[in-house]
Design a protein around this ligand. Sequence first.
Ligand code: SAM
Ligand code: DTB
Ligand code: SF4
Length: 356
Amino acid sequence: MTDHAIRHNWKLSEALALFALPFNDLLFRAQTVHRQHFDPNEVQVSTLLSIKTGACPEDCKYCPQSGHYNTGLEKEKLLEIEKVVAEAKAARDKGASRFCMGAAWRSPTQKDMPYVLDMVRQVKSLGLETCMTLGMLDQSQANQLAEAGLDYYNHNLDTSEKYYNHIITTRTYQDRLDTLENVRSAGMKVCCGGIMGMGEDADDRAGLLVQLANLPHHPESVPINMLVKVAGTPLEQAEELDPFDFVRTIAVARIMMPASHVRLSAGRENMNDQMQALCFMAGANSIFYGEKLLTTANPEADKDRQLFQRLGIRPEQRETHCTDDDQESGLVQAIEDERNSRLFYDASQSAASQRA
Ligand code: SAM
Ligand code: DTB
Ligand code: SF4
């Protein structure tokens, strides 16, 4: 077995040994693995929408939407399907290939199911890949979503099993693993990752990645979130994580799950361009694109287009196609326009400097 084979038997000691490598050695290994499985200059682009915001019965200590904490968040009822479809269309036209819909639920009720199933069908008919994150699912709910055409289900383990009880008490680690199994048996793709910077230690970061990599199938998508510290949540004052440890986590995820998309997820609003470039170098190849995550801010779309243009990154094209393929090129065209305006700018600058 080579270093880069897909493995499901990772030991904690092996993950810790990767974390302990000198930074440059780790990034070189991660980038080498990345190039064996992906175009290193392509990044998948997803857009998020909260379809039901706030008043969640769970007590996740990081979450602005938990009803247990006073975060000043305006809670909202279920969004109308027409509004969701309009947002999905706008995201598609701006170049997103996947549309992710999130609800602040412990799990959907039977009454909610027809609504979410209809939503999946309508968003999918726009030619977008669909993803939902609605909390825990039983087997029948997972089957119904799969049948309606849902491509991905997001359900995060968030942290290691050992640290989990410090973060959530209203559902267990095993509950989460059960949902992941239901999603997988229904035939959907799994999006599963965690959050860094919640006061966990290196063992916990390694422990989470071992859990993910030792699932019977690696999640196709692995979101690595940097905690967004929201006032009113118990983690508001969490100690700052060394940014290099965040980059290390992405690199180790890339090495342990070589064929998965690793998403540089929440927290980009507080990262500069250099930090994000390091994350791409470490093997991140997916982002959330658009000004809002679920309830907190994400970088402005034109800032991301500029970043892609400066780094020579192309948005990955979606797998499903609609008849109107002009939409496909929305982001590609915007990045090209960005490049041209820069070339124009550079040319005039250099002409000016030649005259001087
Ligand atoms: N209620 C559903 C659930 O928890 O399964 C779906 C929505 S929930 C907001 C989706 C994920 O967002 C969480 O699992 C967590 O990993 C991430 N998340 C929530 N608040 C966050 C924060 N403040 N910083 C970073 N990630 C966060
Ligand atoms: C994931 O891992 N991160 C996204 C998505 N899956 C659903 C959510 C991030 C939420 C950040 C806090 C907020 O905006 O409410
Ligand atoms: Fe609810 Fe999900 Fe937030 Fe937990 S992470 S409080 S389950 S919305």
